[in-house]
Design a protein around this ligand. Sequence first.
Ligand SMILES: NC(=O)c1ccc[n+]([C@@H]2O[C@H](COP(=O)([O-])OP(=O)(O)OC[C@H]3O[C@@H](n4cnc5c(N)ncnc54)[C@H](OP(=O)(O)O)[C@@H]3O)[C@@H](O)[C@H]2O)c1
Length: 290
Amino acid sequence: MNLIVGATGMLGGEICRLLRDRGEPVRALVRGTSNPEKLSHLQSLGADCVEGDLKDAATLEAACSGVTAVISTASSTISRQAGDSIESVDRQGQLNLVEAAERADVRQFILISFPHFDFDFPLQSAKRAVEDRLRLGRMTYTILQPTCFMEIWLGPALGFDFANAKAQIYGSGQNKISWISYRDVAKFATESLDNPAARNAVIELGGPESLSSLEVVKIFEQVHGRKFEIQHIPDEALLEQKNNASDPLQESFAALMLNYSAGSVIDMRETLQKFPVQLTSVKDYAQASI
Ligand SMILES: NC(=O)c1ccc[n+]([C@@H]2O[C@H](COP(=O)([O-])OP(=O)(O)OC[C@H]3O[C@@H](n4cnc5c(N)ncnc54)[C@H](OP(=O)(O)O)[C@@H]3O)[C@@H](O)[C@H]2O)c1
């Protein structure tokens, strides 16, 4: 049995779909407050939905019972309920899950994290605390560290409004990022199950090429056949936002934007030899956005 924590989220939902397509058993951790449409979608896939919350260790014991592998994509950064925070979910909640999985003799724990960034911020320190705990534990661990998801950072929620030919760019837009599709991250997560290359491994993940944001805009302009209006958010404004943030979440968002501005290049050649994943390009994504 595979337990997916974060199953009602974008990435976790895709992982459930891929596993069920392969005919593998899926137990999905859901909450009473989870979106009912997402819940019924998981049920229609044939996932066994169990109620639980990362903040409630007792529910995790039950969820981990009889499980061989846990894949955790959960995070409080976007989908939050009362009491959810980076501290209670991304740090302590994930630590609760690792403890529960260990007690239930789970064989493998796959955590979705992100690559190392040079400056400290609460979400990074939470992710690293969970990674450190996994390294010290008894389970086989796989820590996947994808860089920016194209569907998020090149999507309207973060100001990349391709439908209206407007692009908000963090920083100069000249530093390169290995943009990755969350669907490919889901493939790496499922391909990590029982893959010897994923045993006790930390694997950075990126897309097939690294492109600056300005190069990305050019691709979209070609594909959409129109000029984009670009608005830059300068590093100074992001730094000010990070330094004056009113809470750890706002500080973390500003830090993630600064990371985008600085660029994040991942060389995938070695990883692709061990994982048979056909990576989605920014051009593929742009063409699908028409
Ligand atoms: N976006 C990027 O560019 C990027 C890059 C690298 C890594 N990542 C990582 O990718 C992961 C997945 O992202 P996503 O886009 O799939 O996130 P998402 O759509 O916001 O999903 C978050 C999931 O976490 C669950 N969750 C939140 N609090 C919980 C709690 N207290 N107990 C149990 N479940 C809880 C949510 O459940 P409910 O539906 O019940 O709220 C939801 O299923 C995150 O760990 C993120 O850090 C993202």
